[in-house]
Design a binder for this molecule. Structure first.
Ligand SMILES: [Zn+2]
Length: 149
């Protein structure tokens, strides 16, 4: 459920997206807010400027949270973003342990407005070679052998 406070912070994320256009960047903006609604950090899309396909604002904020916040604090934050996070950003958000995401435009709405933003996806084949591929995983996660002093 979207509260009045959520709407205020969402409008701020949309303002960030609008400002991005003025800076020559793509129109996507996000912010991360603490439990009391205080804005902790803001970002906009800099894919073109940085020549970096990962420079989405949601992923920048997820990375910032993973670096700068402890897990309990991260879990009490909310990300507000002008568009629904893409698959790449969703993965980063999940790994960063943020508490919640609130977005304005859904992916379907974005694609309706800009069909060029649809991503067809790359075919993936697998699983394969389980008996070989499991070895580094098992080695890494194996408990240490007892010391023989
Ligand atoms: Zn993204």
């Amino acid at each position: 459920m979207i509260s009045t406070t959520d709407e205020t912070l969402l409008r701020r994320a949309i303002d960030i997206a609008t400002r991005a256009i003025e800076l020559g960047d793509a129109p996507y903006g996000s912010l991360l807010a603490g439990p009391d609604g205080t804005i902790l950090v803001e970002a906009h899309n800099t894919v073109r400027r940085d020549d970096d396909i990962t420079a989405h604002p949601e992923l920048k904020l997820a990375r910032w949270a993973a670096r700068e916040l402890d897990a309990d604090t991260a879990a009490r934050t909310t990300m507000y973003t002008s568009c629904q996070p893409c698959g790449m950003c969703t993965g980063g958000i999940d790994r960063s342990g943020l508490g919640r995401v609130v977005y304005a435009l859904s992916t379907a709405q974005l694609v309706d407005l800009n069909p060029g933003s649809a991503r067809p996806g790359v075919p993936q084949d697998g699983p394969a070679l389980f008996e070989v591929a499991r070895l580094p995983i098992e080695e890494y996660h194996r408990p240490p052998a007892p010391r023989r002093d």
